[in-house]
Design a protein around this ligand. Structure first.
Ligand code: G3P
Ligand code: CA
Length: 242
């Protein structure tokens, strides 16, 4: 059965990458979460998609220029009624210990090469004993190879925006157990071949009914969606089909 990962949490209904969005995804019954991490000036891992705080919070400027305690004063739920801070990754991990959700951490170190980010993430995962519930992904493939080298027990998955030739060969060569391609960049055949070669496939960001159904139909490992409620409803209908 295709697992459902909530992209930036249940971001179709809650402010993205907030605790409200993650708790909402958990309550909805998602199998996992996807979230993005950046690093503050004083080296705290924080959960926010963009390098700058402008789009999603009440503040302006680069995450890397904020001290953690200053960043925490910003509101990451600008459109909502209740103020929400940008979560620390540690805070998400504390909450993950209260449930069984999988968690895909995307290292956002493609534009800003945050020094030491991988080591910090790995240490935190190990400290919380979450090694078998975490998947580390990134568009920065050097970074996920480094993660594998320092913690081979934690699953890694390169992100792709374009189709690549025989992705299972590439994944095996970098010891990644999965790939996270843009959903429109992978055909059914490529997904099936990749899975038959022992590599998990979790396409992103799958929000349309027809795209979800296509992946359920080939029993794709997982899909990453903004709307886990819709995906769960469709999956239930799909599983009940005669
Ligand atoms: O992890 C898949 C997806 O989140 C990658 O793109 O820009 O939404 O982080 P983006
Ligand atoms: Ca992401």
């Amino acid at each position: 059965m295709t697992q459902i990962f909530a992209h930036r949490g249940y971001s179709a209904s809650f402010a993205e990458n907030t605790m409200g969005s993650f708790v909402g995804a958990g309550k909805a019954g998602a199998d996992g979460l996807e979230l993005d991490v950046q690093l503050t000036k004083d080296g705290e891992l924080v959960v926010i998609h963009d390098e700058k705080v402008d789009r999603t919070t009440s503040g302006t400027g680069f995450v890397k220029d904020f001290l953690y305690k200053e960043l925490r004063k910003l509101n990451a739920n600008k459109k909502g009624l209740k103020k929400e801070p940008i979560p620390a990754l540690a805070e998400v991990f504390e909450w993950l210990k209260t449930n069984k959700l999988m968690c895909n951490i995307e290292l956002k170190n493609g534009l800003i090469p945050y020094e030491g980010m991988e080591d910090k993430v790995i240490q935190l995962v190990q400290k919380h004993g979450l090694m078998d519930r975490i998947i580390i992904s990134s568009f920065n493939h050097y970074s996920i190879v480094y993660c594998y080298r320092i913690a081979p027990e934690i699953e890694t998955a390169p992100l792709f925006i374009e189709g690549i030739y025989m992705p299972w060969i590439y994944s095996q060569s970098i010891k990644a157990k999965g790939i996270h391609p843009k959903h429109s960049a992978v055909s059914d055949k490529i997904i099936k071949n990749t899975m038959e070669n022992g590599i998990a496939v979790r396409p992103y960001t799958v929000n349309k009914d027809e795209d979800m159904l296509r992946l359920f139909n080939i029993n794709c490992t997982a899909l990453i969606t903004d709307d886990p409620v819709k995906a769960l409803r469709l999956r239930k209908q799909f599983e009940k089909r005669p």
